[in-house]
Design a protein around this ligand. Structure first.
Ligand code: PGA
Length: 256
């Protein structure tokens, strides 16, 4: 059984005060909604404050990114052992904003995935096509490349712990959500791909989140799809009430 996982990606938003308030409210929902794993990925500078608010609750905390090296001369970067040291459980890797604004390659992201395991963090591996790629019917080819590179060299035990986030770039922050059917088709494709890379038992274990304009009023339909195991939520995770509703709608969809 895959435990549904809904994680807020706060990106470069909040300030110290609002981050703590949002973490406290989200931790409360995480405590109340038992069958769903609830996470928050705050800006790195507020990780410690958010982790303090999450302590002793069911809220799990993720880094938004990390470097693959354990430390050294990489000005502005954060290392896996630092995230682990603070108490993070997860780290988002390969987010489309990292890929397309900051030029991160599949090769670099693969190194980070391996580093996450080395340093005791679970990766949330983001994959997804751009609008022009979807229009050119390249969706499956792009997603295959992202997933294959992201899982390259991982043991079955490691692969089972990866959370994949399918985030069509054209749906991120645009208000354009993939329809539940469009998202389900790609999620099923990813699971089939994992079956060919590993086996059906492994593919059945991996959680695949959907991301891209998830809101309180569309998450029920999205998470009602059989291969959509959760959500990675940007903008709508910044308002405590709305995010709480996204979580309860996800729980209702999965009947947990
Ligand atoms: P959005 O972002 O929910 O604001 O579209 C999702 C994401 O980038 O993870």
């Amino acid at each position: 059984m895959r435990k549904p996982f809904i994680c807020g990606n706060w990106k470069m938003n909040t300030d110290r005060k609002s981050a703590v308030a949002l973490a406290q409210a989200t931790a409360k929902v995480a405590q109340e909604v038992k069958g769903v794993e609830v996470g928050a990925a705050p800006p790195a500078c507020y990780l410690e404050a958010v982790l303090a608010a999450a302590r002793g609750t069911a809220l799990v905390v993720a880094g938004q990114n990390m470097h693959n090296e354990a430390g050294g001369a990489f000005t502005g970067e954060i290392a896996g052992p630092m995230l682990k040291d603070l108490g993070c459980l997860y780290v988002i890797l390969g987010h489309s904003e990292r890929r397309h604004i900051f030029g991160e390659t599949d090769e670099f992201i693969s190194k980070k995935v391996h580093a996450a395991f080395k340093f005791g963090l679970k990766p949330i591996l983001c994959v997804g096509e751009k609008l022009e790629e979807r229009q050119a019917t390249q969706t499956e080819a792009v997603v295959r490349r992202h997933v294959t590179a992201g899982f390259a060299g991982l043991s079955k035990e490691q692969a089972a712990q990866v959370v994949v986030a399918y985030e069509p770039v054209w749906a991120i922050g645009t208000g354009l959500t993939a329809t539940p059917q469009q998202a389900q088709a790609v999620h099923a494709f990813i699971r089939k791909l994992l079956t060919s890379l590993y086996d059906a038992a492994l593919a059945a274990e991996v959680r695949i989140q959907y991301g891209g304009s998830v809101k309180a009023d569309n998450n029920f339909d999205l998470m009602s799809q059989p291969d959509i195991d959760g959500a990675l939520v940007g903008g709508a995770s910044l308002k405590a009430d709305g995010f709480a509703k996204i979580i309860t709608e996800g729980a209702r969809a999965k009947k947990v």
